[in-house]
Design a protein. Structure first.
Length: 340
């Protein structure tokens, strides 16, 4: 009976490229959402190391470590390996096989007009070096993403806005596959947009590793406190008792609104407006609040950093589970295509 209920849960697949240690933008924008979805859905979360290769095929020395860091962050933030399947993309060769079949039924112009892919190509072309070569593999980015999702015949894909264009192609591919082979086997997966409380970086730009304006989940308390002190505030305030404008406080007050409780936010706002709260004191207090929120996550991360073999075991167990499912799908797909 329990098993029956299990199988009725809808499947969710989502992945993240192994960029290394994750920051608070990832946590609030993506991971926190995944953590909630675990209650309702049969979740598959994977590290998209093949997708990393589409642009960084010549920079692989940190790939293994970065993959571990990503899973470390996920598990510390509450992705539960007992409820969700956590795996590494490149350990599921069935996805590569499905990628071949899907590639055959995907018209070339579908990938060529993918706006997100076009952006990636444009950015790469402005960069120097080997990476300015646009590879055949990169052009297959949305097809490979479709293969990730369709390996488990998932119906829902939690992603950010930038990934929606890829997913549109996924639905087109699923429909076309079903049409060509006269089957209803594949679902047409829909995106589930994350309600991003868009967390900007310390300088007010989008938070990102390359801009060096991020706070890592794995940063220690001291580092976090120091970084918060750099957060931009109301630029019109010079002296401590100048009247402040929380609405114009470019970063610090925005962080308060995300991390503070409603009573504290009200106090911060009114003290700032009356010139009773200096920016430095304000940010010192903010740092403490953010550190308190992250303390349990960091404690867990600290434990796993010292027991990395447990992370490796989580990946191995998740991968084994994912492969069983993937093999079932591929067996069916081969039958549908009538391949030998
Ligand atoms: N392209 C996604 C990103 O950069 C990562 C990804 C790869 C993914 N395959 C996926 C996300 C399948 C959802 C489903 O964020």
């Amino acid at each position: 009976m329990a098993n029956n209920i299990e199988t009725k849960k809808k499947k969710i697949v989502s992945g993240m490229r192994p960029t290394g240690k994750l920051h608070l933008g990832h946590y609030l924008g993506v991971i926190e959402n995944w953590v909630k979805l675990q209650n309702e859905y049969d979740c598959y979360f994977f590290v998209a190391d093949w997708h990393a290769l589409t642009t960084k095929y010549d920079k692989t020395e940190d790939l293994r470590q970065n993959t571990l860091e990503v899973v470390l962050d996920w598990v510390s933030c509450g992705i539960d390996p007992n409820r969700s399947t956590i795996y590494v993309q490149s350990l599921i060769p069935e996805t590569a096989e499905l990628n071949i079949y899907l590639g055959m039924v995907t018209p070339q112009n579908w990938v060529e007009r993918d706006p997100t892919l076009k952006d990636m190509v444009k950015i790469l072309k402005t960069k120097e070096g080997t990476n300015s070569q646009i590879s055949y593999g990169l052009m297959g980015y949305p097809v490979l993403m479709s293969a990730d999702i369709m390996t488990f015949n998932a119906s829902i894909v939690p992603v950010g806005k930038d990934q929606v264009a890829h997913l549109e192609i996924t639905r087109d591919i699923a429909r076309r596959f079903n049409h060509i082979y006269q089957t209803e086997f594949f679902n047409e997966p829909v995106p589930k947009l994350t309600q991003v409380p868009l967390l900007c970086g310390l300088d007010g730009n989008k938070m990102g590793k390359s801009l060096n304006n991020d706070i890592k989940i794995s940063d220690d308390e001291q580092t976090t406190a120091k970084k918060i002190m750099q957060a931009i505030t109301d630029p019109s305030r010079i002296r401590r008792d100048d009247l402040g404008h929380p609405d114009n406080c470019e970063v610090a007050f925005k962080y308060w609104q995300i991390f503070g409780d409603s009573d504290t936010i009200k106090i911060v706002e009114s003290e700032c407006k009356k010139g009773e709260r200096g920016c430095a004191d304000c940010k010192r207090q903010l740092g403490t609040v953010i550190n308190e929120r992250l303390a349990p996550i960091r404690e867990k991360r600290h434990y796993y950093e010292n027991h990395i073999e447990e992370i490796e075991q989580i990946i191995e167990a998740g991968t084994n589970k994912a492969r069983v499912e993937a093999q079932k799908t591929l067996k069916e797909v081969r039958k549908i295509i009538k391949i030998y």
